[in-house]
Design a protein around this ligand. Structure first.
Ligand code: CA
Length: 220
């Protein structure tokens, strides 16, 4: 899920709430990169603010709809004039939520929008395999042989990255950028915790620590 929102306080609140619900959330603060970010992260749903500093949200909505046909677009805006709502829906938005909103209302709209959008995004239908490990990105499920391994959202993304790069060194900086969408600032506590969790769930022998570099995944 991609959040396009320039207000840092609103954005971090949204990220926290949706992340806690198990959604894989990315956020950008400008409209210009929205289509590329949605494509790159294979977003099923975009939460879109209208009052952005560079491109008007209605225009961003139009571009998203033109480029990514099946994606869900939920406008989340303080603009509550009927004209804005109509313009948003005309520009291809699926739904419109006016700020301030109740949390339960937001979550209900997000659930409805992801249900509608989910199955129509072909890029999500991807299965990665390595040895007896199968990562089904469309279903967000992981199997070792016939047995399902239950991973948290970030653990699944980390594993997907490792599997894609099987047998190759993956640097910490790359992991922080790809999985956490952040530049590596020196602290890797979160990353280490997730690697520990992955090792305990998929087997300690498959992930090798490369001191001063990062990790390497080898299928077993
Ligand atoms: Ca704004």
């Amino acid at each position: 899920m991609l959040i396009v929102e320039d207000d840092a306080a609103i954005a971090s609140g949204l990220v926290r709430v949706l992340d806690a619900q198990g959604y894989d959330v990315r956020r950008i603060d400008r409209g210009a990169g929205a289509v590329a970010a949605a494509r790159e992260h294979r977003a099923v749903l975009v939460l879109l603010d209208l009052g952005l500093p560079d491109v008007d949200g209605i225009e961003v909505c139009r571009r998203l709809r033109a480029e990514l046909d099946g994606i869900g677009i939920l406008i989340v805006s303080a603009r509550d004039q009927e004209l804005d709502v109509v313009a948003g829906l005309d520009a291809g938005a699926d739904d419109y939520l006016v700020k301030p909103f109740r949390l339960s209302e937001l979550l209900a709209r997000v659930r409805a929008a992801t249900r509608r959008a989910g199955p129509t995004i072909p890029a999500e239908a991807e299965v990665l395999t390595a040895g007896d490990l199968r990562v089904d990105l469309s279903a967000r499920r992981v199997f070792r042989g016939d047995e399902e391994v239950h991973l948290r959202p970030k653990e699944l993304e980390l594993l997907a990255l490792f599997v894609r790069e099987s047998g190759r060194a993956v640097t910490r900086a790359r992991i922080m950028r790809d999985v956490w969408d952040t530049e590596w600032m020196g602290s890797t506590k979160t990353l280490d915790t997730h690697v520990l969790a992955l090792r305990s769930k998929i087997g300690p022998e498959s992930i090798t620590t490369l001191r001063g570099v990062g990790y390497r995944f080898d299928p077993t």
